[in-house]
Design a protein around this ligand. Structure first.
Ligand code: ADE
Length: 258
């Protein structure tokens, strides 16, 4: 087992990057891939940059070149579901691209010639368990109550469901309303997840998890809220949950080896 972990921005993978046992660093396709260990698990870490193409390329290299057998994407997202608050965690059980439209040649949202529009996340259950464990046991240690309060956060809620991805930072309430209307099950919006899940699917159903922490409400103040949240809090929640998931996947694999 080798677990590939990616984040679109350095802050989203800094938690693991600064704590892992680094064995090798390789520069490829203008990215750095950090190989090493985390709590005994073999990991490879990469910062992909923002957007679906960047994430797809990074995921393909993680699987094809660095031999990742499992992939975890972690980072922040804008809320679509009205009940979500800044700091809440969303675990994808499936993802799709909200900005893909090759109609009338193909049904809206369908990947042309692949015949599907959503992609599953096989590690959703394990990621959900990791999120609950992190929040119950580590969150208060990593994010002091005063800092959480500055974002109106107390104890984050965890949800599981559809995440949608597109190559736009969403800060227009009208566009948010359109996505909510067209895809009412979508919990949150970001810019990479559906690409990662599609590459995992096409490269042999590699099990993947997409872990998102809400940084903003995808409305007028999204960019300001996003920037503050990424600077002050995101590293711990996104990285802490991913680290828990790595640990549990490794423990599960070690039990199966015995
Ligand atoms: N990631 C975090 N917030 C986002 C937003 N509002 N739109 C797209 N991606 C995001």
């Amino acid at each position: 087992m080798k677990i590939g972990i990616l984040g679109a921005m350095p802050e989203e993978i800094a938690f693991l990057g600064s704590r892992m046992g680094l064995e090798r660093q390789t520069r490829m396709a203008q990215r750095d891939f950090l190989e090493g260990t985390w709590e005994g698990a073999s990991v490879v870490l990469a910062y992909s940059r923002i957007g679906k193409v960047s994430a797809a390329l990074t995921t393909a290299l993680l699987i094809g070149t660095f031999r990742a057998t499992h992939v975890i994407l972690t980072g922040v997202a804008g809320a679509l579901d009205r009940a979500l608050r800044v700091g809440d965690v969303v675990i994808a059980d499936r993802l799709m691209q909200h900005d893909l439209d090759a109609s009338p040649l193909f049904p809206r949202y369908e990947i042309p010639l692949l015949g599907r529009s959503t992609f599953p996340c096989d590690l959703a259950d394990s990621a959900l368990t990791a999120a609950h464990a992190y929040i119950a046991e580590d969150f208060r240690r990593d994010v002091p109550p005063e800092r959480a309060a500055a974002f109106g956060m107390s104890r984050p809620n965890v949800r599981r469901g559809l995440i949608v991805s597109g190559d736009q930072f969403l800060d227009d309430p009208a566009e948010g309303a359109r996505i909510r209307g067209d895809l009412p099950e979508a919990l949150c919006v970001e810019m990479e997840g559906a690409a990662v899940a599609q590459v995992c699917y096409e490269m042999g159903n590699v099990p993947c998890a997409v872990i998102r922490v809400i940084s903003d409400d995808a409305g007028h103040s999204a960019a300001v809220d996003f920037t503050r949240f990424v600077r002050d809090v995101a590293e711990f929640l996104t990285g802490g949950i991913a680290a828990r998931l790595v640990q549990s996947l490794h423990e599960e694999a070690s039990r199966q080896d015995v």
